[in-house]
Structures are given as structure tokens and as C-alpha cells.
Ligand binder design. Sequence first.
Ligand SMILES: CC(C)(COP(=O)(O)OP(=O)(O)OC[C@H]1O[C@@H](n2cnc3c(N)ncnc32)[C@H](O)[C@@H]1OP(=O)(O)O)[C@@H](O)C(=O)NCCC(=O)NCCS
Length: 155
Amino acid sequence: MRSHNFAVTFRLRDFATGDFETLFEIDQACYEPAIAYSRGELRRYLRSPGADCIVAESAGAVIGFCLTARQRDRGHVITIDVLEPCRRQGAGSALLAETERHLAAAGVRRVSLETATNNAPAIAFWERHGYRILGVRKGYYPGGRDAYAMAKLLS
Ligand SMILES: CC(C)(COP(=O)(O)OP(=O)(O)OC[C@H]1O[C@@H](n2cnc3c(N)ncnc32)[C@H](O)[C@@H]1OP(=O)(O)O)[C@@H](O)C(=O)NCCC(=O)NCCS
């Protein structure tokens, strides 16, 4: 168990097939309908070559996850989701740190992602972890919302 001296004590583990529906529900809860993944999209990302998914579990229940893809030395964060009542207690940071360890071990040097330009908590989270805004992708999300393209070099 990984304790952060906060209300939520959690542990990290790899995704298992039986987590699928819970991850779908968490993603639906974390994003507005235009941005949340459909079951088909989520399944496709989980099955894509180089996909890696780590989940955070508290008291036997999944409270968050981080899903990435990689190609050669490039990694991409597909999504990182933590249930709202469990936020600001280190789960997102722990998921990201473990994800970056996995990516680095697989030879990834650079990690990129997109996040909505109005998602202030996420932007603060990424900047806190060394990701920098590279530019804006206009109309990136279904529904037309813009995204920041962000990236970080792994040391
Ligand atoms: C982004 C997200 C994963 C962060 O998860 P989390 O478990 O709350 O993250 P942590 O507790 O590890 O936060 C680490 C740091 O990030 C920053 N941060 C996180 N949430 C923040 C917020 N709401 N406002 C300002 N800074 C924030 C802070 O610096 C925080 O450190 P602190 O709590 O000591 O101040 C979570 O907010 C989430 O699931 N959001 C909905 C889905 C989403 O937008 N995902 C990212 C888009 S790609």
C-alpha cells in the first residue's frame, strides 16, 4: 500500500480485463460527454500496440487509471483519470510516475499529450510534473473544443 497521509490510501497495479467497465465509468465521470471515450474507443486504445494501463485501487475499488501508447521512443498519454472525491491526494501523481517509469523502461524519451485549453486543473497537474505547452490544436475535441499540445522529455 502506498500511503500519502491523506484520506485515500491506494495501491497501483496493472490493468486487468475485468476492470474494463469500471474504467469506462470512471472516464464517463471525469469528462463531459463530448470528450469522454465510448466503450469502443476505450477498448481500441487498450488493445493498441504498446498500450500500457495502470490502475489505482483503494479499498478494493478502482479510483483512477492512466492509459498510454508508445511507438519507438515516443510515448503518448491517452488519458489519466482520477475520481473526483479522490483527487488532490496524490493518486494522479503516483499513476503518472509509474507510467513514466514503464515508458522509460520501454525506451521512451519523450511523452506527449493533449488537454483541453479550459481544463485548468489538468494544466496545473501537467505543468507540476514538467510538461510544457507546445501549442494549441484548434478544434481538437469532438464538439470543437481546443486542446493544448504538451510534452516532456524523460530523463
Ligand atoms: C488531472 C487529474 C488526473 C489529477 O489527479 P489528482 O489525483 O488530483 O492529482 P494529484 O493529487 O497527484 O495532484 C498533483 C498536483 O497537480 C496539481 N493539481 C492537481 N489538481 C489541481 C487543481 N484542481 N488545481 C490546481 N492544481 C492542481 C497540484 O500542483 C497538485 O499538487 P498539490 O495537491 O500538492 O497542490 C485529475 O484532476 C482528473 O482526473 N481530472 C479529470 C480528468 C482529466 O482532466 N485528466 C487530464 C486530462 S488529459
